[in-house]
Design a protein around this ligand. Structure first.
Ligand SMILES: Cc1cc2nc3c(=O)[nH]c(=O)nc-3n(C[C@H](O)[C@H](O)[C@H](O)COP(=O)(O)OP(=O)(O)OC[C@H]3O[C@@H](n4cnc5c(N)ncnc54)[C@H](O)[C@@H]3O)c2cc1C
Length: 439
């Protein structure tokens, strides 16, 4: 197998089908692989995790509404449905565009060179601390299931510490939650946390009243949801305030440490600080050597290729795609459309069909949910908010979950949580301990 993977046969060779290597099984990578399902080619999907994560619902896993497994799908489940697809669990560590090869670190510790005829980089993004990586230790970001579980444990543990401490100042610090970044993730997380402290945990403690918790949402911008229209952002700000969330806009974070946060000169003691601010592209976006933007995203042409490298494409959060003068947003829909486009383009080239016309992003609209029964939607000039928008949000998310089992699991958890106010995944996970310890 290893020998076969390292061989780079010429594309026209009748003995070997061309190989398309896709790095990353997120929204863009899966869409690209699916679009290649009928291509006469070997499609190799490499991811460092064995599962695809439905990131828009990560905040619900972080606040114990959903279990991590309900928003993830094993990547091998896609392999079972597509005969020309082969999945490899491994982390791509380097790309050699002149040799048309990537190196992948495999679970057994070895590094395997893998030759490609076409390469699709769909490795997404990671949290950006805007040059303050030292904040990461104290303010985790939300990108993976591991992050969601760590955040959930951190939140639940804070209440346990508050319940047992006799120091009022420490109790206040444990019951203060600061979220840095008032984009959709910060807004959704803050509203969900508010519901948790006011409803779910209401009668669960004897010495503390969780509804007295302080939830602070900070942003350096002068309003929440800076990418939405100002009128919708105002509606959301009012809603958050009604939910008891303390909004601090025009507040740039200056320090984050084990004591809490300093923002715009104000000290906020807090045991839990969460980073919901910007993202930067995965380091792989730089590796082909083309131009990148300030967030490290690869600049690609109108067919999503890296300039001068006809065999290399970058899609999803790792790519800087512009339409007219405007950047295509880093959202799931854009990633899916870009991945699908590149898959179709490669399939057309392999079959000798004319290439599709340049990529065009079709904006289906942006949504953000603000707690129970309320969401906002913006699509062009259309702006909606309220209960019906929330219902639409719920339907859209159910329908776009990757597998049927995810849809069934999420629906039943939502129904249970909606009517009972409870959350099924209130677990504090302990760090894994090695070995068996007798009692
Ligand atoms: C908390 C959160 C909430 C969001 N909410 C919304 C929302 O409500 N609506 C919306 O439209 N968008 C939302 N987004 C954005 C959306 O999820 C992203 O735009 C989308 O996931 C990008 O897809 P992608 O395929 O480019 O990258 P990803 O989905 O991030 O996938 C990248 C994949 O690449 C893999 N990978 C990375 N590096 C390597 C490597 N070196 N080797 C092998 N594999 C690698 C990763 O493991 C991952 O599986 C949210 C994002 C987050 C983090």
């Amino acid at each position: 197998m290893a020998a076969a993977l390292t061989m780079a046969a010429p594309m026209a060779s009748p003995a070997r089908r061309p190989r398309i290597v896709i790095v990353g099984a997120g929204f863009a990578g899966i869409a690209a692989a699916r679009a290649l399902r009928r291509a006469s080619a070997e499609v190799l999907l490499i991811d460092r995790r064995n599962h695809h994560v439905f990131q828009p619902l990560l905040y619900q896993a972080a606040t114990a509404i959903l279990a991590p497994g309900e928003i993830a799908a094993p990547i091998r489940a896609f392999e079972a449905r597509q005969p020309n697809l082969d999945v490899i669990l491994g982390e791509v560590t380097s790309i050699d565009v002149s040799a048309q090869r990537v190196d992948a670190a495999l679970p057994d510790g070895s590094v395997r060179p893998i030759a490609y005829d076409y390469l699709v980089i769909a490795s997404g993004s990671r949290p950006s601390y805007f040059g303050h990586d030292e904040f990461a230790r104290f303010a985790p970001g939300l990108k993976s299931l591991t992050d969601a579980e760590a955040i959930r444990s951190k939140i639940l543990r804070a209440f346990e510490v508050a319940e047992t401490t006799s120091d009022p100042a420490e109790r206040g610090r444990q019951m203060t939650f600061v979220l840095v970044g008032a984009g959709p993730t910060g807004v959704e997380l803050a509203a969900s946390l508010s519901h948790m402290v006011h409803v779910t945990l209401r009668r669960n403690f004897r010495r503390i009243d969780p509804s007295q918790s302080r939830i602070v949402l900070l942003d350096a911008a002068d309003r929440v949801l800076p990418t939405f229209a100002p009128a919708l952002a105002d509606v959301v700000a009012q809603r958050l305030t009604a939910l008891g969330v303390e909004l601090r806009t025009s507040s740039k974070v200056e320090r984050v440490d084990e004591h809490g946060v300093v923002a715009a000169g104000t000290v906020i003691p807090a045991a839990t600080v969460l980073w919901t601010a910007g993202v930067a592209a995965s380091p792989l976006a730089r590796m082909p050597g083309g131009n990148t933007d300030r967030a490290g995203r690869a600049q690609v042409d109108h067919c999503l290729r890296v300039e001068g490298l006809p065999q290399v494409f970058v899609v999803g959060d790792a790519a800087a795609v512009t339409q007219g003068q405007r950047p295509v947003p880093g959202v799931a829909q854009a990633a899916i459309q870009e991945g699908r486009y590149v898959g179709r383009l490669i399939a057309a080239e392999l079959a000798g069909r004319p290439a599709p016309s340049p990529f065009r992003y079709f904006d289906k609209g942006n949504m953000a949910v603000v707690g129970k029964n309320f969401a906002v939607l913006e699509r062009g000039a259309l702006q909606l908010s309220g209960f019906l928008t929330w219902l639409l949000w719920a339907c859209v998310h159910i329908l776009t979950l990757p597998l049927l089992q995810n849809r069934i699991g999420v629906q039943s958890q939502w129904l249970w949580s909606y009517f009972s106010g409870q959350r099924s995944s209130r677990l504090i996970s302990e760090p894994a301990e090695a070995g068996f310890k007798p009692n």
